[in-house]
Design a protein around this ligand. Structure first.
Ligand code: FE
Ligand code: ZN
Ligand code: FE
Ligand code: FE
Length: 180
């Protein structure tokens, strides 16, 4: 069995690795988002995506602060999962014609990204807390809140307007169709 200090340094390393991963991911998102915004049709969707794109730039800066808080230089390491999620978003945008169905596809793809981020920031915050990095934890918590809000906004938009329009004649009215 490992000693307590070895385990702690193991978890700290894991925190650092996960930070480098999400730092790469957030930067990749900032590069991918302009095309997603451009391919969205609904003005409400364009607005929601634009707002979150601006937040994402702040999140990159926030991560640079977190690196500093835990005594590291900001460093990015490729996140294969985010690279794949972005690729899937691009596939959906290429395969579908402009309109509500493509909007529904964009929401599906972006929500997968938000869920990945929610999982990551939740874990990072927990790791930072247990390691006594409380300042870093609270900064990570701030971003976690933004990711959750962005996800919720997309759910609301999908349920209230976009899925209904996308379903068109195929749609069944009066059914409860919850989208998380
Ligand atoms: Fe983000
Ligand atoms: Zn990753
Ligand atoms: Fe999976
Ligand atoms: Fe996000």
């Amino acid at each position: 069995m490992k000693s307590k200090t070895q385990n702690e340094s193991g978890l700290r390393e894991l925190l650092e690795d996960q930070l480098k991963d999400i730092y790469w991911a957030e930067k990749a998102i900032t590069k991918a988002m302009p095309e997603v915004v451009e391919k969205a049709t609904s003005q409400e969707l364009v607005d929601a995506l634009t707002e979150h794109m601006e937040q994402t730039h702040q999140q990159v800066t926030r991560l640079e602060n977190v690196f500093e808080m835990i005594g590291l230089k900001p460093q990015a390491e490729k996140c294969e999962a985010m690279a794949g999620l972005i690729e899937e978003a691009e596939d959906i945008m290429d395969e579908l014609d402009e309109g509500p169905v493509r909007d529904a596809g964009i929401i599906a793809a972006v929500q997968k990204i938000e869920h990945y981020e929610i999982a990551t920031y939740g874990t990072l915050r927990a790791f930072a807390n247990i390691l006594g990095e409380y300042e870093a934890a609270s900064v990570l918590e701030e971003t976690l809140g933004e990711e959750k809000d962005a996800n919720q906004k997309l759910t609301d938009l999908a349920e209230s307007v976009i899925n209904v329009e996308a379903a068109g004649d195929e749609g069944v009215s009066g059914t409860s169709t919850r989208q998380f």
